[in-house]
Design a protein. Structure first.
Length: 416
């Protein structure tokens, strides 16, 4: 069994598909090593195990809307695409989406996955409660009223339990327009970066860092936001665009300022085109928005070695949150995302150089993508990291939910 990108073959000795949460809880209680897998969109081994892999697809897939409380309770294995379609039928929405709507809710939240927008928190920001199966098999529900335990568990890397459900805040449905601008001059962008990144509800910059221009700026605007005809020298694309210059835009969400529903504009790719695989690798580094111009200049200095490995890089933003291991913990952030060509050996050889360039800016890697786990001072990057480590050790003393990557990150020897 491999991940979505095909770069990772999982090490599991057994695969189980429990049909109820009670069956899952019993399986967890009697297992030595166990991890859950969702849409398998991680590019590293954060979800791997040499024990039992649990696939949540056979669990009841529920999406239950509470109109009065403006929340939706959703099973962990449900995809954002499926969730959004149910919400829209009832006139509701969630605040943001990642570029692909096909990822599972639980996996996205646990790894700190996000969309874009200076005022938009990551996908975890919508979580009001979380249902977990602990290492003992105990089923628990944590809400914001549970304080530290809740804040530790939402972006939990799968280390504190298997997520079986979440309650998310929703809002009334809304309409949006999407426009792509081209050839934004780098120097003008860096001089006016706050204005560029806040020029719409959600903004993404696509670049390979070479040359004098940022190739594309994707603006996802609320219907009431005035359309931008020009942005510091960038001009509107005259046809629909794919983030990669040579790819057809057929599978992309509609552009050219055509109005549409939130679920059909917030992702970059359409719900109905489910990708069967992704012949690519990904890394992402999240750092304080105030450091964005200097960090981008540092990355541009590596362009001659970086660009040959890249399909494209995307620059996004996100609002601060309070989840202990969220890359957005207590900082308004910029996220530098790298979609690599499927050259794993070459990418892994280059990553330490890229990470060293970003380290002075306090860059935090995305937990589900490629990075060098031994190259970070986690306690310096995450003020509550030691507390999270204590929670993990107390809740999973036998290391059921652990693997080599989590051992490297958490830095605690767990009995085998």
């Amino acid at each position: 069994m491999k991940n979505w990108a095909g770069n990772l073959e999982y090490a599991s000795a057994d695969i189980q598909r429990p049909e109820s949460v009670a069956e899952l809880a019993a399986l967890v209680a009697r297992s030595g090593r166990i991890k859950a897998l969702g849409s398998r969109h991680s590019f590293n081994t954060v979800g791997d195990t040499d024990g039992v892999h649990v696939l949540l697809e056979a669990l009841p897939q529920q999406v239950d809307l509470d109109r009065d409380r403006k929340t939706v309770r959703v099973s962990g294995g449900v995809s954002y695409g499926a969730l959004c379609r149910v919400l829209e039928k009832s006139g509701f929405a969630i605040h943001n989406l990642a570029s692909l709507p096909h990822i599972s809710v639980a996996g996205a939240v646990q790894t700190g996955t996000h969309g874009s927008g200076v005022n938009n928190p990551s996908l975890a920001g919508a979580v009001e409660s979380i249902d977990l199966v602990r290492a003992s098999g105990e089923q628990v529900t944590l809400t914001r009223a549970d304080g530290d335990e809740f804040l530790a568990s939402v972006v939990g890397l799968g280390a504190l339990g298997i997520v079986t459900g979440l309650e998310l805040a929703v809002r009334p449905s809304f309409r949006m327009r999407q426009r792509v601008l081209e050839d934004l001059p780098w120097e003008r962008a860096l001089e006016n970066l706050d204005a560029v990144l806040s020029s719409a509800y959600s903004v993404s910059l696509f670049t390979d860092y070479a040359g004098e221009n940022i190739s594309q700026v994707w603006l996802k605007a609320l219907d009431e936001e005035p359309p931008l005809q020009e942005l510091f020298g960038a001009t509107p694309a005259q046809r629909p665009r794919h983030p990669l210059p040579d790819m057809s835009a057929e599978n992309c969400t509609l552009q050219l300022d055509e109005p549409g529903l939130w679920l059909d504009r917030l992702p970059h790719f359409r719900h109905e085109f489910t990708p069967s695989k992704g012949e690519e690798l990904q890394s992402e580094f999240i750092l304080p928005l105030a450091h964005a111009p200097a960090a981008l200049r540092a990355v541009r200095a590596l362009a001659d070695r970086l660009a040959p490995l890249l399909f494209v890089s995307e620059v996004r933003t996100g609002a601060a949150d309070e989840f202990w291991l969220s890359p957005f913990y207590r900082q308004q952030s910029v996220a530098l995302h790298f979609t690599w060509k499927p050259l794993q050996r070459e990418v892994e050889a280059f990553l330490p150089e890229l990470e060293a360039a970003l380290q002075p800016f306090g860059a935090r890697p995305h937990w589900g993508k490629l990075f060098s786990p031994d190259g970070y001072d986690w306690e310096k990057l995450y003020p509550r990291f030691a507390d999270f480590r204590s929670f993990a050790a107390a809740g999973d003393p036998e290391g059921k939910f652990r693997n080599s990557l989590l051992d490297s990150i958490l830095g605690v020897a767990v009995p085998r």
